[in-house]
Design a binder for this molecule. Structure first.
Ligand SMILES: CN1c2c(nc(N)[nH]c2=O)NC[C@@H]1CNc1ccc(C(=O)N[C@@H](CCC(=O)N[C@@H](CCC(=O)N[C@@H](CCC(=O)O)C(=O)O)C(=O)O)C(=O)O)cc1
Ligand SMILES: N[C@@H](CCS)C(=O)O
Ligand SMILES: [Zn+2]
Length: 784
């Protein structure tokens, strides 16, 4: 029998229960025991959903739960907690336990009375997803040991007590080391070895002990996630490491080795071959072309295969007939059915919980979708359809429904817009380029905007207070009229303008208070998009996003932002920045149609944004920012695939921006500063000003701007907004002076990092006042 298997389930719960639980705990509204009990209830509910769906015994994951992040769980489990967090516990005494230390690593910890002020660990994108993980930090002489609370064992036992046999999931040792970094101090000491794999000797015994404990607790197998196997890896270094790890761990428990988000490629032959594993999981949604190689590998190595045929990264119903045909092909090649599993392509962490709560969605489109709970049903249905005996009438009916839904989608008039198609067929080259080169534009912009040296601005959003979010909730529930909501938003924008004028900022923003999210807001206003009521996906910690869904050709029925931008611009003498989300980020942070290449969808988005850019200009907006924070995260995981992506991503941005006059200043923003490997692409965007998140990065990264002779405006964030800490004038001035080593003063803009929406007003106000003081000091120094 081919069996149904799952790799991971979304943690947040049907109603973002985990978010509410941990945030209530952080706010001091519930104690630690209530948090722990609440989390156990969420886990129990999720195991039951999977068991009830029919995921086979032993194929349900455990330890996929985390209060904050799975990598952070491993940091705590292996006691890799950096000393500064252990100091928190020491200073705070008994009031700080393991869980508090865990949250301190996730979100930082401040207690002025006790002299504690530690920022969070670094956070990074999890591969090409919109999920973020906490980066483990290693000392040169790092030691590892199991914490007294062995979470994977505890959760396995917890499920077992509920009558559910699970397979614990752990992040593999090589992925754990690869995704980590050397602590700064270790970096400085030349004693730090070149490769973090040097730490394997110390780490491996801890994994052995963990697997041993899992075995003693009754686990029959373990899932080890090694997603770095989809990356380019230096074989000569990684092959011996993988051999060593899996020969030792594979001797303790049967291993399901899982990689996802792409192909194994040459790593299959060069690294995975010969490893002591029982089953190999492959993402056949991202890499269907790899099937034959996988089957040959599995036969040769006598290894089972988990065929990841149900898309864990998107929300479309699977084509179960095609998936069934794929499995039958594998069976036809002589792989025994009892060594075959059908599964989601990756953990369902990246899928929203369930469609059940979607009461308002167009039922025609809803019928095309599957969220996590529905994906489990697909996996199980696929397994049942492969049973040797004739499928039951229920199975046949469900398969027929699946076929009908996919046929309905393919033939639907809803997905096609002839006007969009006509524009797409007529994309002339000049649409992709500004009328004049940068130096000409810069002069016209300077004449128009008359900005001082070191112009100051922010990245767009200002604090989204509880009051703003509650007003939006009331509007949604019909408890507030649209008129009252609009009046409220108008007042909020006015407040934002007054504050910015008072502090002395040069280019103002309206504050984005009318937006729930920088992608969802636009998705709600574009045709070809549908949005969910409850399709939340974890982004980091307790923060979630609700990606809108692109189901058809994208177009803009009417202006999306002009009303509030114009309103704001008319209420100040200072330039007001229009604020848009760029086409690549719209694509990257949405669920995207899978029936045409992503490039075409991005160009459609670019045309819609282009129309908005032109309308903003017509409305008198002289600076327009097109945010592209996700352009780098969209980079394919394999270097050989980069060039194609970068070419169309850059073209899409230019298509969105190039419709304006020379005197209109196009800004763009990126949430990262390490451009070294894609700098020519950044240059090719031809923006007039770029702002980047930089305060937590090494200033040396700015060297690329000098090296490549960057000539346009550049605003590296001069303070970190991720903490309520207010940076002093001196501290920011020092940072600006250090930046001037790499950047010409004529090009430098002064701004904070992005994301002020997550901050409160008190610290925002104090920090931005200081930032304006720094600008004044810089100007005085430059003219002295
Ligand atoms: C820049 N980032 C973003 C990414 N992706 C996006 N799609 N958007 C981004 O901004 N990826 C990279 C980073 C990730 N960073 C963040 C930062 C912050 C959040 C965040 O704050 N998420 C919020 C949800 C935002 C939202 O949609 N808010 C709605 C309110 C929804 C809601 O919860 N309402 C409550 C009532 C209100 C209340 O009690 O506060 C309810 O319905 O019960 C809105 O403003 O209307 C979060 O809370 O998780 C995400 C990613
Ligand atoms: N304009 C957005 C960009 C976030 S990446 C903001 O300021 O929050
Ligand atoms: Zn950003």
């Amino acid at each position: 029998m081919v069996r149904a298997l799952n790799l991971g389930f979304p943690r947040m719960g049907a109603n973002r229960d985990l978010k509410k639980l941990v945030e209530a705990h952080w706010a001091g509204k519930i104690d630690e025991q209530a948090l722990i009990d609440g989390a156990a209830k969420i886990r129990a509910a999720h195991w039951k959903i999977q068991a009830d769906a029919g995921i086979a015994a032993g194929q349900i994951p455990s330890n996929d739960f985390a209060f904050y992040d799975q990598m952070l769980d491993h940091i705590a489990l292996f006691q890799v907690t950096p000393a500064r967090y252990r100091d928190v516990a020491a200073k705070a005494g008994a009031s700080v336990n393991e869980l508090k230390t865990y949250f301190a690593m996730g979100r930082g910890h401040q207690n002025k009375d006790l002299g504690i002020d530690v920022p969070a660990l670094e956070m990074k994108k999890w591969f090409d997803t919109n999920y973020h993980y906490m980066v483990p930090e290693f000392e040169a002489n790092q030691t590892f040991s199991l914490a007294s609370f062995v979470k994977p064992v505890a959760e396995f036992k917890e499920a077992k007590a509920l009558g559910i046999t699970t397979r614990p999931v752990i992040v593999g040792p090589i992925t754990f080391l690869h995704l980590g970094k050397w602590a700064r101090a270790a970096n400085k000491e030349s004693a730090a070895p070149a490769s973090r794999l040097a730490l394997l000797d110390a780490l491996l015994p801890v994994y052995e002990s963990l697997l041993q404990q899992l075995k003693e607790a009754g686990a029959e197998s373990v899932q080890i996630d090694e997603p770095i196997l989809t990356l380019d890896l230096p074989t000569e270094e990684y092959k011996p490491a993988y051999d060593r790890v899996y020969s030792r761990l594979g001797g303790i428990l049967p291993i399901l080795l899982a990689s996802y988000f792409g192909r194994y490629g040459e790593n299959l032959d060069r690294i995975v071959k010969g490893l002591k594993i029982q089953t190999l999981h492959a993402d056949l949604v991202r890499a269907p072309e790899e099937l034959d190689a996988l089957v040959a590998f599995a036969k040769d190595a006598h290894v089972g295969l988990s065929l990841g045929l149900i898309d864990g990264r998107n929300i479309w119903k699977a084509d179960l007939a095609a998936a069934k045909a794929t499995v039958e092909k594998v069976l036809g090649q002589g792989l025994p059915a009892d060594q075959l599993f059908v599964s989601p392509s990756c953990s369902l962490l990246h899928s929203p919980h369930s469609l059940a709560a979607e009461e308002k969605m167009n039922p025609v489109i809803k019928n095309w979708l599957a969220f996590a709970v529905e994906k489990l049903d697909e996996v199980v249905l696929l397994a049942k359809s492969l049973a040797p005996d004739t499928p039951s009438p229920e199975v046949q009916a469900a398969l027929a429904q699946n076929r009908a839904a996919n046929q309905d989608r393919a033939a639907s008039k809803l997905i096609r817009n002839d006007q969009v198609q006509a524009r797409m067929a007529d994309l002339k080259d000049d649409l992709f380029n500004r009328a004049a080169p940068y130096p000409v534009r810069a002069k016209e912009q300077a004449d128009k905007l008359k900005l001082p040296l070191f112009p100051t601005t922010t990245i767009g959003s200002l604090p989204q207070t509880k009051e703003i979010r509650m007003s939006r909730l009331k509007l949604k529930k019909g408890e507030m009229t649209e008129q009252a909501y609009d009046e409220f938003i108008g007042q909020e924008i006015l407040g934002c303008i007054k504050k910015q004028e008072e502090w002395g900022l040069d280019v103002l923003v309206h504050g984005e208070c009318e937006r729930n999210d920088m992608v969802e807001y636009f998705g709600e206003r574009l045709d070809g998009y549908v949005f969910s009521q409850n399709g939340w996906v974890q982004s980091y910690g307790s923060r979630c996003v609700k990606p809108p869904i692109i189901f058809g050709d994208v177009s803009r029925p009417k202006a999306m932002t002009v009303r509030w931008s114009k309103y704001a611009a008319e209420r100040t003498e200072k330039p007001m920045k229009g604020m848009l989300t760029g086409p690549v980020t719209m694509l990257q942070w949405s669920f995207v149609r899978n029936d045409q290449p992503r490039k075409l969808t991005t160009y459609q988005l670019a045309l819609a944004i282009r129309d908005e850019v032109v309308d903003l200009e017509t409305a008198g907006i002289a600076c327009i920012q097109i945010d592209e924070p996700a352009i780098r995260e969209g980079l394919p995981l394999r270097r050989s695939d980069w060039a194609t992506y970068l070419e169309w991503a850059s073209a899409a941005f230019r298509l969105s921006a190039a419709g304006v006059q020379n005197a209109t200043q196009i800004h763009s923003h990126f949430c990262y500063s390490d451009f070294n490997d894609i700098f020519p692409t950044i240059q090719s965007l031809d923006a007039d000003v770029i702002t980047i998140e930089n305060s937590r990065s090494d200033l040396k990264l700015l060297k690329a701007f000098e090296q490549y002779g960057y000539q346009a405006g550049i605003g590296p964030g001069i303070y970190d907004i991720h903490s309520p800490r207010v940076p002093s004038v001196e501290e920011m001035k020092e940072r600006v002076d250090a930046m001037l080593v790499f950047l010409k003063k004529e090009l430098l803009w002064l701004n904070p990092d992005c994301g002020l929406k997550t901050r409160g007003w008190a610290e925002t106000e104090a920090a931005l006042k200081n930032l304006c003081t720094v600008a004044r000091q810089c100007r005085e120094a430059a003219t002295a």
